[in-house]
Structure formats: C-alpha cells, structure tokens
Design a protein around this ligand. Structure first.
Ligand code: PLP
Length: 244
C-alpha cells in the first residue's frame, strides 16, 4: 500500500529534513563528523501519533520531560514496537524513579545523590524482575548558574556525584547534560560545559556523552562538543506556553 502521507506527516517529514540539514551544516562548520552528534526528537506535549510519524521516518529514540505523560505515551506507543529508546530529559522527583526505570533507556536530568540512589534501587529491581534488560544510562545535569531551583548539580559537587553514579548498581554513567541559564550567553555556557566535561572524562573516561543544544542553540552546542541535541519545537511546532 502506498497511501499519501497525512498533512501532519508531510509537515513533520519536512521539518525533520530541515533540522537534519541544519545539524549537518553545524557539524560541517564545526569540523565534526555528523555521525557523532545524535538528533534526539523531543515529543513532550505531542501525541503518540506524532511519535509514530517520526518512527515511520526512521527515528528510534525520543525525549520526554514529564514523567506521567511519558509513561502513558510509552505504553501507548510501546504496543507498536519494542525497538525504541526513550530518554527522560526533564527534572524528576525521586518518587518517580520506579516508573522511570520501567520505560527509560536513559535519563539526562540526574542532579542529586538521593536521585542517584533512588534510580539505582529502581533499576536494580527492574533488571531483576525483567522490567528492563540493560543498565539505566545516566547523564548528570550540570547547573551552569548555580541556581538550585532550575535544576542541575553545582559544578563543585559534580565529581562526588559522578563517583556515586559510576559505582551504583543498575546504572551506567554516560555523560553530562545542561540547559543554558535563561538570558545567558549560550556561547559562554556551552564553553564552560565543554570544559567541565573534559575534566570529568579524565576520571570517568566512559562518560563520553554531552547532551546539549535545543531548537534555538544547537549550532553553538555542536561547536562546543555536544553529542546529542534535544530538539522539540523545530520538529513538531510550538508547545503551549509555560511548558518547560
Ligand atoms: C523541551 C525540552 C527541549 C526541547 O526544546 P526545544 O526548544 O523545543 O527544541 C530540550 N531539552 C529539555 C530539557 C526540554 O525540556
């Protein structure tokens, strides 16, 4: 069967091509291999039908930032296929660790020892009970402005948190994530993040992932070593206000 794509499918296909081109140009300009930078579509606020469209276009990994919405979308979409990896990219409460360990391949927003411990426990149980097959990949979210309300671990507490995540059962320390502070210069923010990452790699050489860059600043992030850009708006359109 060769049905014509729906208007929504055509719209998303065009956007995916455009973002892919944009990322390709950013890699070229930065002298980087495009294979080294993952495009992670962020599907929060958009229905599982949009995920299905992206899947049909070849996407196999998706980012979600709200636990409940993600869990139900994963359940809805999970029936279609099992070869998808879901990434939790938003801030989480410890009491969501059990659920996250059931559906997330990776979590980009780990920023406290207590969250590390809760996720380790949850992932260990999920592994033992067959709820997951691999360790939960952990990226530590770094606070670049030291404002605890915006999430992220302060840079001076990062080494200790990295050691804790590295040695935790059920978890695999994969790298770092950051969101530039509101109103900040992304150039400076990502430069700092890259330096922090380089430092981390000395003690944790396997923590190679750097999750940085979104719709508005992916070019800058690629210039400063991002290995994963998390893109929502440019692919699926704008979300309701106050969605972050
Ligand atoms: C929503 C979200 C994104 C996607 O942002 P866009 O500007 O829509 O591309 C990326 N990262 C995190 C942590 C998010 O919550």
């Amino acid at each position: 069967m060769n049905e014509a794509p729906s208007p929504r499918a055509a719209e998303i296909a065009a956007a995916l091509t455009e973002v892919g081109d944009r990322l390709g140009r950013a890699c070229l300009a930065a002298g980087r291999n495009p294979d080294d930078v993952q495009l992670l579509p962020v599907t929060k606020f958009f229905p599982a039908s949009d995920v299905a469209i992206l899947y049909g276009l070849g996407c196999r990994e998706f980012g979600e930032s709200r636990e409940q919405e993600a869990a139900s979308k994963v359940a809805e979409f999970g029936a279609l296929t099992a070869d998808v990896r879901w990434h939790m990219i938003g801030s989480v409460q410890r009491n969501k660790a059990r659920s996250i360990a059931q559906w997330a391949y990776a979590i980009h927003s780990v920023d406290s020892p207590r969250l590390v411990d809760a996720l380790a426990k949850a992932a260990t149980v999920a592994l033992a009970e067959g709820g997951r097959e691999q360790s939960l990949r952990v990226l530590l979210q770094v606070s670049l402005d030291g404002d605890p309300l915006r999430g992220g671990v302060p840079i001076d507490e990062l080494p200790e948190l990295a050691d804790r995540a590295e040695s935790a059962a059920g978890l695999e320390l994969s790298g770092l994530m950051a969101v530039p502070p509101l109103g900040s210069d992304p150039e400076r923010a990502f430069a700092e993040l890259q330096a922090v990452h380089a430092n981390l790699l000395r003690s944790h050489p396997a923590a190679t992932q750097l999750s940085a860059g979104m719709t508005g600043d992916l070019e800058v992030a690629v210039r400063y070593g991002s290995t994963c850009v998390r893109v929502g708006t440019a692919l699926l359109g704008s979300r309701p206000i106050a969605s972050n």
